[in-house]
Structures are given as structure tokens and as C-alpha cells.
Write a protein of this length. Sequence first.
Length: 664
Amino acid sequence: MTTYDDYGMPVGVYSEPESLTHQALRLARAFAVYRVKPAVERQAHRLRHGNWTFRGLFSVVRVLLVLWIITLYWGERSLFDDALESCRWEDWEDWGNEANPHRLVFVADPQLVDPHTYPGRPWPLNPLTVQHTDLYLRRAYSRIQTVLYPDSVVFLGDLFDGGREWSTRFTKSPEEQYRKYGNDFWLREYNRFGNIFFAHWADGGLEPRPGQPGRKIISSLPGNHDLGFGKGIQASVRKRFNAYFGDGNRIDILGNHTFVQIDSVSLSALGQESPNTVQELWKPTMEFLEHAKEQKYKLVQRELRVQQGLKPYPGFSHEIIEEDRLPTAELPHSNDTVTEFPTILLTHVPLYRNPGTPCGPLREHWPPTPVAKGEPPLESDDRNAIAVRGGYQYQNVLNKEITSDIAEKVGGIGYAFSGDDHDYCDVVHRGYASSGGGIREITVKSISWAMGVRRPGFQMVSMWNPVNELGSPLKGDASKTLQTHLCLLPDQLAIFIRYATLFGFTLVALALRALAVMTGMAKSTYQPSADSPLLPTVNANASSAENEKAEQKAREERRTEEEYTHSSNSSSGAATATAGQVYIPAHSACGVLWRRGGGEEGDEGLGRGKEGEEEGEEEGPSAVLGGVLGRVGQGGDWRVCVVFLVGVEGVGRGVLMGFWGLCY
């Protein structure tokens, strides 16, 4: 009995067409069955039944292949692993066996490459630069997590390169060339930053190390490439950055040390012309500094209560609060008299120093000026120093007055860490208020290889400051609670140079091998089966019936594949025989494919002779080259081939031209 559906159609008469996904899967399966599987079976057969000889194992191609594998593994894997392994905490920490230090990593100036970095760089160079710098950052940061597993990671600004240029929802970029990059572009860059850093934060795990309260990542410190500098900052750009990364002014307690972070690029507007017209830029940071000492003290009280297992705050007393007191009511803090923790200042722009102040021997781009043996380093070294200057949307160091104001209002600064310069710099400031002995400032290297330094890096900090319930040091010497180490990453440009050198060596080796085989000095190591030529073109000496038979066989093979894949638009086909094509078996080192000009009688099979001048001209080398290269591997037998054009002065009226091919 026939069954009908709701539309009156017999059930089973109509079926839904295949989905695009199903068709793609069926096509992929056909490719695997008809192409991949036969090739794998042939290679497996050769491995099992091949004639393994010393000469065959150490052929030019196999040696080059092994050399490439080793080089790529060295440049893409082992070099990064070795760099991070050499920076293990245990190799440079010097606390003693009983210590359990808090371990922190400073990351400076990743500056994700974008259209602002290399304007005008052509395709595909610019996309390749973006892709590989991201790969380098992701690889380095992931290994920081898996190999070093720091308790905290703190970024020191310049997360983006052109972040200040991208328009917001309410304002346009001041630069005409960047106005087409709007808020949506910035959001994509934010996701890109997250995919590189936030997504790999847990590569080593999320569990805190024994004795540590937990793992922490801080990325809210802005740089001049994120916001701009001074009066060049747009308020809407800063609000967008703070909304996604957090306020640029904050205080954190990490490892019994107080970290004071300030938005120095916004504060710098105070030191520029007519600061009263841009109070919205510098005033929030100045208000933060006014209360910094008080806030530091309260956070130390809170931290000590937490370490004792108490609530962070005592809580409100159980009493009635009059209505007029509500606006001034505050959450009460502990009234305990405590000892403050060592203070560490974080700023993107380095503190002011006199021009020519040396940065030390670890500065890569401009090392110290050489001096005579036995003499001390120069006290003023312009070559080794950070230049005290500024320009459009940047300033290498803060103003002297602003630096002095920061040191005075924060108070008790022992260390400062900064970014912006991209290279390492270690300076001790003795002219500002400090915890005693001056402020040691370390300008951290950029972690990106595209920022003008061959060896990028990051700064490792180990802090060990055991205290009692009131914050007093148990070791007795509170000045030695921090140790630091510069960890250098691989030289990416040197890796590229190594690849390019090996590529050139590979081409030379293959060309020399081809010449050796052509001249009879060496023999090809490849011995294929008699019925599987590597370059299956048409035998010019074969009969017409044989050529038609070969073409008929090729058409039948294609028809079998088409019936399985339901592909009716296949454009592949066997090459039509031309007078310029000759049969080159796989074991043949080379062959003359085309002769132009006069030739000897009997050369008709190689191109044209004296009687075929017009026809020979129509079938030039381009048709022959296309025929040869287009048919390489048509039998599934892929090999490494060198095909090049050779011109030799001929005997008679013309020039002998030939495409010479060598396949291994």
C-alpha cells in the first residue's frame, strides 16, 4: 500500500539533496582512496622490498631532508626550550633552602604588530610579519608558563602598537590615514592580545605553588602606544583601555612587597604647556598619588590580617548610624600599627636621569663605550644611555619635577621597573626620596623580536620577605628581599638567516647533483618500476595507436573517479600529444624537449627539422614546459625534480634549446 506525506507525495519518492558538508566529506574520502592510499601503499612496498644500500640511504635528497628536519626543530622548538631552561629560578636564586619566594615575571612592550607598525609594507610581507611576531610571542609566553610557572605576571605597557590611533565609538583618530580603523578593529586587536597571552595563562596550570596564595596576572598599566602621551591622549581612548584592562593606577601586595602602579603617560600632561586645559588627563593620577601612602598602609594592614586567617576588615560595629553620618561612613580598617612592606614602583615611562647616565653592560643595542684595560666604566656615556628627548606622542623619560613628585608622594621606593625603551637599562637614582640607598630602576627589554632588539627578553623577580603578624621582617635585613634576573629569548633574525643559508645551500646542492648526473659523473639513485615513469608525457617515437591507447586508459581512470565523486566539472585531462613533447622515463637524467633553428636530418623526433619550421615555431618551450610540469606526479609518484632551461650554441643555423630535468 502506497503511503503519502502531508503534501500528497508518495513517501520515498523524494529525498533531500546532499548538504555541502556531506559532499565535501565524500570528495575528501574519494581523494584519500584514489590518491593518498595508492601512494602510501607504493611507498610502503618500496620500504619493505627496496634495495637498501649505503649509497641509496645517503642520497643528496635524503641528506638534505634530514638536515632540514634538524634545522627546523632547532629553530622552532629546541632553541626556545633551551633559552627558558637556562633561566630556571633555582639556577640564580640565592635565598637558602628554607625560603619559599614569590616569583614574578615582568613583560614589557609586546606591541602587537598592526597597520601602524610598518605603514606601506606590501602584501604578503606585512601579514607574514604579523603572523610570525604573534607566533613568537605566543611561543615565548607559553613556555614562560610551562617551564618557569611564575606566581604573578605583570605587563609594563605598550600592549598594542597603534592602540592610540584606532577610533572609538564617539571620537575619530587624529591621523587621517588611520581613521578607517574604528572601534571594531580595536576589539579584534584586544581578542588577538587575549589569544596570545590570556588564553595561554593556564598552559602550566592554575594551582598555586605551595605556600603561595594564588596566581595573578596584571595588564592594566598603559603605555604611550596604548593611549598616547600627555596632551596627545584622547579621554575616550583611555576610558576604552581602562574598561577592558583595568585602571592604570593601582596598588597590589605581592610576596610581602607593595607594588604601586601609576599611569605616567597621562600624568605627563601636567608637565606640558597649559596643563589646566587638560586636567581630566592628569588629575586622576595626581589624586591617586595624594592618597598613595595612606592606601599603602591600609593594604598592608589588610594583607597581614588575611595571612593570620582573619577577615580582611574588622567590619562595622553594631550600632545605629544617624542619617547625617551615612555619607561619611566608611568600612573600618584595622588600627594595628604595622611595618610597611618594601615599595616597588611600576611606570611605563622611565624616571628622569641626567643625560648620559650609563645603562650598564646588559644593554644590547648600545653597549658601553670601551675603555682601557683596568679603567672603570665611564660615568657619563651617551652611547650607552637612554637619550633624554621626546617627540610626537612619546618621551623617553619623565620630567624631572614629575619624577621627584612621584618619589615624594609614594614614599619608601626601593625598586622601580619601567618599559618603553625596548632595551635593558639598570640605573640607581640617588637624587629622589627613597627607602635608603637610592631607587634602583630596571628598564625591561621588549618581549617582541620586532622592536629593534635582536635578543628579546623579560625580567624575572624573586621576592622573599618573611614577616611577623605586625609586618616586621623576620630576617632582620629588610633591604635584601628582592633578586632579579634578565632572561633572554632566541634571536629570531639569526634563525631566519640560518634558514635562508640552508635554502641557498639546498639549491646549490641539487643543481650540482643535476650537473653531475647529466655529465655522467654520477648516477641517479632512483630506480622506479618500468611501468611508472615520473614524467609521463607522450613518446614521440611511438605509433599513433599506442598514443591513443594510453589516452583511452587515462580517460577510463578519470571516469572511475568521477563516478564515485559525482564531479561533473572536472577540468583535468591527459595532455594532448604535441610535436614538442618526448617521453622521459623516470630513470632518465635529462632530455632535450625542443630544438629551435636548424638541425640535422633525423631530429624530427626531438622537435622539428628542416622541413617543419612553421609547425615548430608554434609549439614553443612554454607549451612543453607546461606539459612536463603539469604531468609530474600524475601517476601518484611524486619526486624532487630540478627542471631548468639550457641554451647551447648549435651546429648550423640555429641555437639548441632544451629543458633539462633531473628527478630523484
